[in-house]
Write a protein that binds this ligand. Structure first.
Ligand code: R5P
Length: 292
């Protein structure tokens, strides 16, 4: 397999190539035409080869680059193209909330899947989006990567900031053999949330080392409110961990101010990127994509 890293995921793509036994790795030449349009070119001998393209789609430019790269790799004569989108943007608009809206997640998935033989992504907002790729699609999770990191640290209990994250926190609790709980979250608007301690606490939290585990940290509102609530319970230490660290505006600093440690995987480049999903992506490429 050849691995190509788009500009949004160069470092992770290189890690994936290492996990695939030092598969040939390359990055495209990318520049802008004077009118602002994107120009790119892929190098290497791709004719008749299986190619893995890794590109997160955090921004609209990332999406465009991904679509053009897929075409470039096809034009270069690749035998099969496995598209890895570690952070799949637009996933949160996964239904029509009001008349006239698109279902952005499925519109994006359809187009990303068009030139792919298979798609791999990580911790999708809703697993049903996998069906919208209209190609074999697989979802890795950041849970083992974060668990590998937490295994080295003193951890008493894992906490999901909301009920939606229960399966994730349960899975991590199982790997680490630790108890878990979920806070009760009410979203006020896209930037504000209210959190509450549930009535059925599995243990007294005073003095405990707790880890807040979420899939995405965006504005940071959820983790900041969760940490404040846990501090009121006089916990001993608060760690926060997520798969996708967007850290919009001053989210990183706000979270650092109320937690002891902050960890994210490398689906997106950010200052908390301390765990890699490369082994988990490589495993899916070998186990699920290669036999297609
Ligand atoms: C919600 O469904 C997600 O699991 C995250 O809790 C949410 O996206 C985090 O957003 P923010 O950092 O803006 O609170």
């Amino acid at each position: 397999m050849h691995v190509i890293g788009g500009t949004a995921s160069t470092a992770l793509a290189e890690r994936v190539s290492r996990e695939l036994g030092n598969a040939p790795f390359g990055i495209p030449f990318v520049k802008r035409f004077p009118d602002g349009e994107l120009y790119l070119r892929v190098g290497g001998r791709l004719e008749g080869e299986d190619v893995v393209l890794v590109q997160s789609t955090r921004t609209d430019q990332d999406v465009l680059e991904l679509l053009l790269l897929e075409d470039a790799i096809r034009q270069a004569g690749a035998r099969r193209l496995f598209v890895v989108v570690p952070y799949f943007g637009y996933a949160r608009q996964d239904r029509r909330f009001f008349p006239g809206e698109p279902v952005s997640s499925s519109a994006m998935a359809r187009h990303v899947g068009l030139d792919a033989d298979a798609v791999v992504t990580v911790d999708l907002h809703s697993p049903q989006t996998l069906e919208s790729f209209h190609k074999p699609a697989f979802e890795a999770t950041g849970v083992p990567a974060i668990a590998r990191l937490l295994r080295e640290l003193p951890v008493d209990i894992l906490v999901s900031p909301d009920k939606g994250g229960v399966e994730r926190v349960k899975r991590m609790a199982q790997i680490l053999d630790k108890p878990w709980m979920a806070l009760e979250k009410k979203r006020i608007d896209s930037e504000h949330v209210e959190l509450q301690i549930p009535p059925d606490l599995p243990m007294a939290l005073e003095g405990k080392h707790v880890v807040l585990v979420d899939d995405v940290i965006s504005t940071g509102g959820t983790i900041v409110e969760g940490a404040k609530l846990l501090k009121k319970q006089r916990v001993g230490a608060i760690l926060a961990a997520c798969t996708h660290g967007l850290f919009l505006r001053d989210a990183f600093e706000r979270i650092k101010a109320v937690t002891d440690e902050l960890y994210s995987t490398d689906t997106l480049g950010n200052p908390a990127e301390k765990a890699s999903v490369a082994p988990d992506i490589a495993q899916i490429l070998v186990r699920d994509c290669a036999p297609i």
